[in-house]
Design a protein around this ligand. Sequence first.
Ligand code: ADP
Ligand code: MG
Length: 727
Amino acid sequence: MFQQHGCINFNREVDYNFRYKLIVTFRLTMLDTPIEYLKGIGPQRAEVLKKELRIFTYRDLLTHYPFRYVDRTKFHNINEIEEDIPFIQLKGVIERMEIVGQKKGKRLVAVFRDNTGKIELVWFKGYQWMADKLKTETKYVVFGKPTFFNGKVNIAHPEIESATAAFIDQQSAFQAVYSSTEKLKFRGLDSEGIRRMMRVLTQQLQPQHIEENLSNEVLSDHQLVSKYDALKQIHFPTNAKQLKDASLRLKFEELFYIQLRLLKLNKVRANTIQGFVFSRVGKTFNDFFSNHLPFELTGAQKRVLKEIRLDMGSGRQMNRLVQGDVGSGKTLVALMSMLLAIDNGFQACLMAPTEILAQQHFQTFKDLLQDMDLKTELLTGSSSTKERKRIHASLMDGETKILIGTHALIEDKVKFQNIGLVVIDEQHRFGVEQRAKLRAKNINPPHMLIMTATPIPRTLAMTLYGDLDTSLIDEMPPGRKPIKTVHYMENKRLAMFGFLREQIALGRQIYIVYPLIQESEKLDYQNLQQGYDNLLLEFPPPQYQVSIVHGKLTNEQKEFEMQRFIKRETQIMVATTVIEVGVNIPNASVMVIESAERFGLSQLHQLRGRVGRGAEQSYCILMTGYKLGRDSKLRMETMVRTNDGFEISEVDLKLRGPGDIEGTQQSGVMDLKLANLAQDGQILQRARQAAQTVLDEDPDLVMDKNKVYQHHLSVQHKNRPDWSKVG
Ligand code: ADP
Ligand code: MG
C-alpha cells in the first residue's frame, strides 16, 4: 500500500526499509488497523464510517465513546409511557399481528399487551420473517424508541426476545448508546449496530494492544484503572462502579495531558525567556501612592498589585491574567503597574478594544496623574497624521512614558524606545496575532498584563489560560450597593416608564440597550429606531433629552452623543451594545435591556455592570416578550437572583457548553471527548495537581517512569496554538 504513495517509486529493498521505518516512526499497532478489516464491516460500511463519523481505524472506533447508557434491567408499564422517554423496555405478550398495507407501505403490525395497556409494534423491513418467527401469547421482552402518532404509541423495529429467565439475567444495567447518523443507520449501523462492532473489537483486544499512558505512580496515587480496563469498560460496563471507574480514568487522562502541556509550556518559557527586572519601587509610584491616589485600595487590589510586582521583579517575563468583575477597579491596578515600569526606566502602554474606552482610559489617567509630569499620549484610529508623527517621535526618544490607544498601537510604525509593560484591557476582544505583535515591540518581550471583566469559570480558566498566571480581584470598592434586577414583560412597560421618570427626577441617568445581532441587522435597526421614536413620545423634549448611539454612526457622531450624556445634557442613552465594554458613567443608575432574552448571560452581566458604579442605588430592568424558552427563563432568573459574575459564568457554561464561550475555540477544550468542563471540575483539579507534581519532580520528563509523558506529549496536541506566543 505504501507504493501507491504517488511520486515515490521504491525498489523492493528500499520499500521494505521504508515500511519498517514507517511502522517504527508511527508505532503502527493493532489499533491502527484500518476499520474495514474488522469482522462484519467490509469496504462499504467502512466508507460510510469514515465519512460520517471519521472512524478510520480500530482506535477511532474504540474512542467513539457512548454518549449515554440505558438501564436494561428496568421495565416500563405501557400506561407509563410518556413522550420524553427516549427508550423503553416492556415485558408482555403479542395479542395479534397482521401484515397490512400495499407495496411500499406494506408492514407487519403487532399489538403488544402487558397488564396495564397495549401498544403497536411495527416492522417495515423483514416483516415476513418476523411474522413467521413471532408467536402470539408468548412472553417477550421488547426494547425500543417509542413514537407518538395521532395520540397512539408505537415502536418501530424494536428489539424483541423471548423473555426467558436467562435472557433477563444477562441484561446489563448500563447498555451503551452511541451517536449515529441517517446514512449509517441505513447501513445497519445504528447505535445497536455500533455496539455490535464494538463487541467484536473489544473481544479481540489484549492488554498488550493498549499502550498505558499514565505512570504507575499516577495510577496508584489517584486510584485509576488501567487504560486497557477503562477502554473495555466504558463500552461494556457490568455495573455502576465499573462505569464510573472507566469514565474517571479516561476523563482524567484527557485533562491531565492538557494540563501537563500547559504547565510544561510555562516552565519552558520561564527558563528560556528573559524578563526585564523591575527591581525598585521608585519615585513615581511612591509619589502617586502618597499624593494622588484618590481612595484607599481595596484588599484585592493590593494583593493583585503585589502579585504583579513580584512577577515583574523576578527576572521572568510576566504573563498574567487579571480577572475582576466589572467595576472592581482593574484600571487602577493597571495604572500602578505601569508606574512601576516607569520607575525602572521603561515605557508602558495600554490597549483597549474600542475608541470610546481608550479615550475614557486616557481621561482617567490624565485626571489621576495630574501634576505628575508624566507624558501620556492617546493614539487611536482617528488620530490625525500630524498627531501620529508627533507621537511616534516622542515614543522613540522616550519622552512619552505612557501610551494609551486602540488597535492603532499594534501598527509597525509604532516603535518604543524601551517598552517594558503592555496592558491589554478586555482581552477577549483581541485576536491571537495582535497580542503576539505587541510582544514583539522590544528585543526581549515586555511583561504582559491581560485584564478581563468576563468572569470565566475556574475550570475553563485553568484550561484556557492554564499557562498564564492568574490574579483575581474578588472584592468591590466600598460603598457599592448591589444592583437590583427585575424581569418585566410588555404589560409592565408603562410602569417601567413611570419608574424611569422618577429616577430622572432624582437626577439619575438611564441606559436603554437594544440587541443588535448580525444576521437580523436590518430588523434590529428598525426595532431600535421604533423604540427610540416611542421613547420620544414618552419623554418629550425639551423636558427630556435622549442620546442615541449605534454602529451606523460615525465616530464623531458617537463621540458627540456620548459626550452629551457624560455632560448630563441628556438623561437617557439609547444604544446598541456598543456601550457594552468598560464605559464608566457613575451617575447612570438604571439599565434597561430590551429583548433581554436575545442576549447571552455573560453579555447581560456585562451590560448590567455599566450601572452601579456610583454611590446611588442602581437598577437593571430586563424586558422580554411573554413567550420564553426554558433556557431564556433560566437566564432571566439567574440575573435576578445574583450579581456574582462567577456564579453567572458557571450557569452560562452549563447552558451553552464551553464551545460557545469566547476564546474556547482555539483552546483544545473542544477536543475533549469525555470530560466536560461544566461538570468535571474536581477531576480537572486533580489532573492539574498530578501534572504539577510530575513536573515539580522531573521538569524535563527524563526519569524512566515519566518517559511515557515525553512520548505522548509529542504525539498529542500537535496542532494546538502556542499560548505562550499570545499571552
Ligand atoms: P473595571 O474593573 O470594570 O475596569 P474600573 O477600573 O473602571 O473598573 O473602576 C470602576 C470605578 O471604581 C471607577 O470609577 C474607579 O475610580 C473606582 N474605584 C477603583 N478602585 C477603587 C477603590 N479602591 N475605592 C473606591 N473606588 C474605586
Ligand atoms: Mg475596565
